[in-house]
Design a protein around this ligand. Structure first.
Ligand code: ADP
Ligand code: MG
Length: 339
């Protein structure tokens, strides 16, 4: 038999990669917000229409891109964030895989406008299904604006699979929260179908949480604070009497990245032992800072799961720190179970 293997064209490879990176509009929101943060923006605006199905636009006032970089940013494995394999073990940026823009551009109509501070004029590039449609000089402020229109226009199966606008918007807001919660030093605005959804001023962690979840949250929060060689823990747990029947507000951030961890969640829950009504779950907002060398983020494209070198020690630390905080704030066991 003759040889039958061939290399896939780039646009096909990009479309396949997109299947992993972009599950729904919220995935695009996450990638674009993270890029704006990596670009050191101090003000980030998210504009969406029809729950992101027709438009997702992120405007930042970050460092912008040169003409060459603007074009290169849509190539797969093109990144300014790592240079070699060693860098993977000391990541200080959200991105590093260099596949988000390439993936998004493979399955949507994308318009990029970008300008660096030192340049007089900026660059505008339009891409549809990995094809560059136009590239022009443009007048635009310092920073970057990326518009993603008609997501999945060329993958009907994916487009049909999208949920109602209410559900997709919920996912987008969740991603927005997760990013905004760790970057209280950045101003964030969000608009949906022309109306303001959030306008978050620069502040601290506590006030950012309060701005997002409402003024009543303030009285519920108990600060959690600890620092050892292994980890710095900061953040808040909600007082046990405010525990909920649903697992809504449970957040772990590791080195400014939202992560999911059933194991650490168990650690937090165990610190509440004897303090919770049956079938309720404590809310928490926990920010962990660890040596980037002690974690592996590169186990999944969406980076919400990570591997810790010493998960058991982290669990123990978390548990004892939260126990201590709850004790210190005189949070007594609940006696009235009928409340
Ligand atoms: P990654 O973030 O993993 O590097 P992306 O595909 O998300 O990959 O972006 C590719 C590159 O494009 C980035 O490394 C960065 O240099 C550039 N870039 C993307 N978005 C922005 C932005 N908002 N501002 C400045 N540069 C950006
Ligand atoms: Mg990125």
């Amino acid at each position: 038999m003759s040889d039958i293997i061939q290399l896939l064209p780039d646009h096909v490879a990009n479309q396949i990669a997109a299947g992993e990176v972009v599950q729904r509009p919220a995935s695009v929101v996450k990638e674009l917000l993270e890029n704006a943060i990596d670009a050191k923006a101090s003000h980030i605006k998210l504009i969406i229409k029809e729950a992101g199905k027709t438009l997702i636009q992120v405007i930042d006032d970050g460092m912008g891109m040169s003409v060459t970089d603007a074009r290169l940013s849509f190539e797969r494995h093109a990144t300014s964030k790592i240079k070699n394999a060693e860098d993977l073990f000391q990541l200080n940026t959200k991105g590093f895989r260099g596949e988000a823009l390439a993936s998004i551009a493979a399955i949507a109509h994308v318009e990029l406008k970008t300008k660096q501070e030192k340049d007089e004029v900026g660059t505008e590039i339009r891409i549809e299904g990995s094809e560059v449609v136009s590239q022009e000089v443009c007048v635009t402020p310092k920073g970057t604006s990326i518009s993603v229109k008609n997501l999945f226009y060329n993958i009907p199966a994916r487009r049909n699979f999208l949920k109602s606008n209410a559900v997709e918007l919920r996912h987008i807001i969740d991603e927005f929260h997760r990013v905004a919660m760790v970057h209280a030093d950045i101003k964030f605005d969000m608009y949906h179908n022309g109306s303001e959804v959030f306008s978050l001023p620069v502040t601290n962690y506590r006030q950012r949480i309060v701005h997002i979840f409402g003024a009543k949250t303030n009285e519920k929060l108990v600060p959690v604070e600890e620092e050892t060689d292994l980890v710095k823990i900061t953040g808040f747990v909600c007082k046990p009497e405010f525990a909920k029947r649903t697992r809504g507000e449970q957040f772990f951030f590791v080195n400014n990245r939202f992560i999911k961890s059933a194991y650490l969640n168990h650690g937090v829950n165990s610190a509440f032992e004897g303090l919770l009504k049956e079938k309720t779950h404590p809310s928490y907002f926990i920010y962990l800072t660890v040596d980037p060398k002690s974690i592996d983020i590169n186990i999944h494209p969406t980076k919400t799961e990570i591997k810790f070198d010493d998960e058991h020690a982290l669990y123990a630390m978390l548990r004892s720190t939260i126990k201590h905080s709850l004790g210190q704030f005189n949070v007594a066991p609940i006696l009235d179970f009928n409340r």
